[in-house]
Design a protein around this ligand. Structure first.
Ligand code: FAQ
Length: 312
């Protein structure tokens, strides 16, 4: 097929909401931005297990421990679907891991904050998974087929993650004064980083224009951030916590909550590798990769032996 014909078909498909598939012609920049976004998303799921892993051995009871183990396993699974979706675009998994391990690839800023108390785990479920879902529901309608299909499954699991977090916080909210204080402290620390997850403001977002045009992103960073704030305020009221933003107020005219200015200096600092836990997270991933070398070698040797036996 000529490049001209391929381009025409691509544009028609985008226009008519027909998914682009792995073997279809696509502009190089579309392929490149998808590899960037999907691989960063995959890395976020994998690195995102680390702050939670910190609490698996210290969960307050067996039920909470089982839920947390299952949640972390789901996140590993999300990472794997997403790496597979990115591979369909022509990058290998080893290349993606290399980009993560050398610090070349980004992953969500949120996972560079520490989990200091048990309330942080429920707060991650409520706010971090809540923000992730707000962003990811639109990705179920993204224009690239393998990414959209992966996102449908991921979103179902993420909504369970959000609910288990909120339920665990509801229990703390009815607990002792110390438990209530622990809950408020966690919310104070996670609120701003959670609303930073949506990325820079639309004016500063370098990729949004093209991604919206190609229907990779269906809503902008600021639109999603606003929806998240609007949905979360009432949930905070039910929990009896205050959100740490004195400028948070209902704006009758806009029909939305106004909120204070995000500390963009903090955001970019974390994105550039200088957040509270960036170095620790990368060191943990590199250690896991190095220590897993023998497993990868053994699996390859076994696969080769099986293939030889089959051929013989
Ligand atoms: N952190 O031009 P834009 C989860 C970068 S999964 C770090 O607006 P774009 C599950 C951005 O990459 C959470 N970097 O970029 C879970 C770009 O740099 P580049 C992850 C960020 O792509 C829950 C530059 O800034 N979700 O939570 C961030 O159009 C609990 C300019 O930004 C996804 O990845 C950030 N927050 O929009 C697991 C969803 N924001 O690449 C465990 C898919 C922006 O040009 C526990 N991704 N940057 O060098 C997306 O929807 C988009 O990529 C955005 C950013 C919305 C994140």
């Amino acid at each position: 097929m000529s490049e001209e014909k391929g381009k025409q078909l691509f544009e028609q498909k985008i226009e008519n909401e027909v998914k682009i598939e792995a073997r279809d012609w696509m502009p190089d920049a579309y392929r490149k931005t998808l590899i960037r976004q999907i691989s960063q998303h995959a890395h976020s799921e994998i690195v995102g297990m680390l702050p939670e892993g910190n609490w698996i051995t210290r969960a307050p009871n067996l039920r909470r421990k089982l839920i947390l183990v299952a949640k972390a396993q789901d996140e590993a699974g999300h990472g794997l679907y997403l790496y597979s979706a990115a591979e369909t675009l022509g990058i290998t998994r080893d290349e993606m891991f290399e980009q993560l391990h050398t610090g070349k690839a980004k992953y969500s800023s949120i996972f560079n904050y520490p989990t200091l108390t048990w309330a942080d785990i429920g707060t991650i479920g409520w706010l971090v998974d809540g923000a992730a879902i707000m962003n990811q529901v639109m990705l179920c309608r993204t224009s690239y087929g393998p990414y959209a299909r992966a996102m449908v499954k991921i979103c179902k699991e993420e909504s369970f993650h959000q609910r288990q977090g909120y339920e665990s916080l509801l229990v703390l909210s009815k607990g002792t004064d110390a438990q209530k204080a622990m809950l408020q402290d966690a919310v104070d620390r996670w609120w701003w980083p959670s609303i930073m997850m949506f990325g820079p403001s639309d004016a500063e977002s370098t990729n949004s224009e093209k991604s919206i045009e190609w229907k990779i992103k269906r809503q902008t960073n600021d639109e999603l951030r606003q929806r998240f704030v609007d949905a979360t305020v009432e949930q905070a009221e039910i929990l009896g916590v205050t959100l740490p933003d004195p400028d948070l107020k209902w704006n009758e005219e806009r029909g939305h909550y106004d909120f204070g200015e995000i500390d963009w200096e903090e955001f970019w600092n974390v994105v550039k590798g200088n957040g509270p836990c960036n170095k620790e997270r990368l060191a943990a991933r590199n250690k896991a990769w190095d220590e897993g070398a023998w497993v990868r070698e053994a699996a390859m040797a076994h696969a080769e032996k099986k293939a030889k036996r089959k051929a013989a």
